[in-house]
Structures are given as C-alpha cells and as structure tokens.
Design a protein around this ligand. Sequence first.
Ligand code: F0G
Length: 363
Amino acid sequence: MDSSPAHSRSPYGGVIARYGDRMDIRSESGIVTLLEGDTPLLPAPRLADHVAPGSRLFLKYEGLNPTGSFKDRGMTAAVTDALARGAKSIVCASTGNTAASAAAYAARAGIRCAVVLPEGKVAHGKLAGAIAYGADVIPIRGSFDDALAGVREVCERAPITLVNSLNPARIEGQKTAAFEVVETLGDSPDWLALPVGNAGNITSYWRGFREAAASGDCARTPALLGVQAAGSAPIVLGQPVERPETCATAIRIGNPVRWKDAEAALRESRGRILAVTDEAIMAAYRLVAATEGVFCEPASAASIAGLAEAVRQGMVQPEGRTIVCVLTGHGLKDPDVAMRGSVSEPESLEAAAERLTRLAEAR
Ligand code: F0G
C-alpha cells in the first residue's frame, strides 16, 4: 500500500478505515480520506414537539463531514476505488455538493477533477468549494439531468471515471451512515426520513440497514421516508419531470438515476415517499435552526418538512417512536438563502442599546 500521507490508512478513522471490511471496493493503491463520517446523531426534543410530538427524534448531521455534506462518505470510496483502477481523472454532474466533494478528494489523491453544473442553480458555498479545491468547473445551460446525460456519454468514450452515484463505490461508501445510526442507537430507528434527489442516498441507507440486520448489529430495519420537493418530485408523480424547480437546489432533479433502487428501498422497508412545498421546506429550515441550533441547507430540511407532513397525514404515528431525520448538507453551503430578506439596515448605537435592554427585560 502507498504510504504517502495522502493515501495512508489513517489511525484516526474515515469510513474506509472503520468499515472497509464491509465495503466492496478496491483500495490497493491506498485510501483517500479526509476523515469523513462519524457525524453526530443529535437528539432534537424541541423540534420533536413541533413536528413529531411524543417521538424520540434525532438528527443525523451530515453537514459536519469535511466538505459539508454526506457526499464525502461515497467520495472517499469512489476516489479510493478509482485510484486502484489507475484513474488519472474523475468527473461528475452535480447540483453542487457532489462537485465540492469530488474536487476535494481528487485534490487529496493528486488526480484531476472536472465538474459539470447547471448554470445559476448551484448554491455559492458549493461552487466556492469546487473552485477552491481546484476542479475544472464547467457550467452548462441546462438542468442537472442534462449535465449527467452529457457526462455519462463522455465517460463511455474517454478514460475518465464517473463519480456520480451510478458509480457502485459511491453507494458502498454512503451506506456507512446507516451503520453509524445503528451503532449509536443500538438498533434501527422506526423511521428514517431523508431528502431524495438522484436517489443514491436512499439506496445506500437501505443497503446499510439491510446489511447491519443481516450481520446481527440490529434486530430490525427501519421504514424509510423519502421526501421530494413538490416542483421536482418524479418518484412521487411516477414520471420524469422535464423542468424541475425548487428552492432546494440540491434536489432539483427530474429523472433520478437510482429511481428503481429507490422504489425497491421504499417497498422493502415498507416506507413511503411524499412531496413537500418550498414553503414547507423553508419553514422547516428555519425551525430546526431556531429550535435546535442546527443549521442545514434547504434540501436537508426537506426531511423534517416531510416528517411533519407524514405525521399530519397519519402516515407516521410519532408517539413512542424513534425517528431519524438525515440532514444531508450544512447551512453554510447556501448563504444566499440564509440571508435573503433578513439583513436589517444599520442602527445607531443608542437604538441598538435600547433594543438590547428590551431583549434583556423580555419574559
Ligand atoms: N441533500 C443534499 C444536500 C444533496 O446535495 C443531495 C444530492 C441530496 C440531498 C439528495 O441525495 O441525490 O442521493 O438522492 N445532491 C447531488 C449533488 C445530486 O450533485 O450534489 P440523492
């Protein structure tokens, strides 16, 4: 094994060091890691009172991965595997997070990375990452689905490795989040809610929970609650969406490549999938930050909005249940959404002092 710092097996962890023996990937050229994974499973009792009263609600805070999203779990696996297969460059289409993650792991591995993005629809924190990590950033006029179709075609002809979630190593890496949930809770939750875009993550969680159950780490598997944005809900509608739209740009996807796998995961887990409006997503986005001090990006808040809606519709009975909402990306990924309409005009120091006094005296 290559023992150079970038590739050596770290004594501190990373998901391959922890779970590599349960991952079907190649790693003979060394492990490419940024010590991803091991993210907190935060109890969220104040949020539970609002969205799922009587439940034990937890947040799997994947925004605390090295590049700020869950994509790092799959990317350490995909880049490690690509390196073992002799890849010199990788590429992805992305709504932003995959791009930032691919760029970072390629930098770590010393290989080239190109990212193809829907122009004007990528949150600035993600774009900033991809640029900073030195990727070749290629915006296109078109959607994520268009970008992915183009990239797939190139990868069939040219010696460049596709690291979208079509790449099987990505799923192998991302399933480790389910292992961590099981380890922390000592079993599977009753429900696990997560946003669904290209559907790689729901595919991965289901594989992870199934494998954990098969190896005796948990007594049962959870029901999965998939959540799509109303303007980008192909799986809910049962047909591709030509022009997907949502403020949750991460899941602005009209024709998910892991569609069939997502349907299998929903069926086998006795789960459900539903759509939530942008208004509901933004309300959940503000609620989780204000009640629990947890800042996630809009797409991530879809899991909470979806849970609230599922409880309202009677799909999920929260009383006494253990529920996990996956918060897939950090709120700082999308600073523009966070700031929108909320920056006030500067005040005089006297006026500020008066405001502070009123605040301090408020009951
Ligand atoms: N949440 C966030 C923050 C995401 O970035 C994504 C996907 C998802 C949820 C949905 O996960 O695609 O596995 O169903 N982002 C991809 C990207 C498409 O390019 O970064 P999925």
